[in-house]
Design a protein around this ligand. Structure first.
Ligand code: OAD
Length: 272
């Protein structure tokens, strides 16, 4: 099935004709910017453009495991700002929930560590947190887990937690994936799922970080891939069935929901 037109209405028709029953969604920091959380790479507003105060050799060093071993202070200076709990999901998060409610969501792959997908009501077993989360923390040397209440204190006070095993004393880090670390096994266990999808929706990511960036490429030829993003990224648009909805994603999902006849349901889910 090829789409008649590479447009929003073409996608809405494809969905309403019942051709999209296994949708994979892939997200990044751009879906949370309207919640008040900066993304990483937007030129002026992105996190990496605003780290001068941390005196880093290069911006990504704040999330680099070798750098962290030598100097964990910049990460722990920032961790309080990154810590989940202060923000409300956006209508884009609710759109993913709506796909789930309609029984159409095969899997959500997210790079985000803000937990807003869960908060919007997407069940945990539908989410692959490809870059981990703040849900757990452990010693980077002996891997022992570290208590929640204690890491919260350290993050609040901007101090550096150390392993509680007397013989270890290694640095403790939330289990968010740093550059130089493996992604969680859940990512590798599910990375073939896009090949089974009948629709792919990519939102709010620059698709610059591997191996996540390769996920849309696992979709079969002929499976429509919709990009809802400020800018064109990751070679999306190169296949005949790719659809580019360039602009902010909250507007994009509202327009798509409207074209599907879901506008009111979406607004209701979001305002709950
Ligand atoms: P980036 O900051 O690299 O990309 C965000 C993308 O979202 C950009 O293409 C923006 O143009 C777009 N964007 C921003 N606001 C938007 C909005 N309101 N509507 C639509 N699009 C919007 O963030 P990620 O792709 O998530 O990893 O970054 C990937 C990884 O790099 C992160 O998970 C993090 C980072 O380093 C680690 O730290 C391991």
């Amino acid at each position: 099935d090829t789409l008649q037109s590479r447009t929003l209405d073409g996608i809405a028709k494809y969905i309403n004709d019942g051709k999209a029953k296994r949708i994979v969604v892939m997200t990044g920091a751009g879906i949370s910017t309207s919640a008040g959380i900066p993304d990483f790479r937007s030129p002026d507003t992105g996190l990496y453009a605003n780290l001068a105060r941390l005196d880093l050799p290069y911006a990504e060093a704040v999330f680099d495991i070798s750098y962290f071993r030598k100097n964990p202070t910049p990460f722990y200076t920032l961790a309080q700002e990154l810590y989940p709990g202060k923000y409300r999901p956006t209508i884009t998060h609710s759109f993913i929930r709506l796909l789930h409610e309609k029984g159409l969501l095969l899997k959500l792959f997210t790079q985000n560590i803000d937990c807003l997908e869960r908060e919007a009501g997407v069940p945990g077993d539908k989410i692959v947190e490809a870059h981990g989360s703040f849900a757990r923390q452990s010693c980077i040397d002996c891997k022992s887990s570290y208590p929640d209440d204690k890491i919260k204190e350290h993050i609040q006070n901007k101090t550096i937690p150390r392993c509680l095993k007397p013989t270890c004393d290694g640095l403790v880090k939330p289990e968010i994936v740093f550059f130089g670390e493996q992604l969680p096994s859940d990512f590798f266990d599910n990375r073939d799922l896009p090949s089974e999808a009948d629709l792919c929706v990519v939102m709010g990511t620059s698709l610059t970080v591997q191996p996540f960036a390769s996920l849309p490429g696992f979709c079969s030829e002929g499976t429509p891939r919709v990009l809802i993003n400020m800018e064109k990224v990751g070679g999306l648009g190169s296949r005949p069935d790719d659809v580019l909805l360039l602009g902010d994603c909250d507007t994009g999902v509202r327009n798509l929901a409207k074209a599907c006849g879901w506008e009111q349901e979406l607004e209701e889910l979001w305002s709950k």
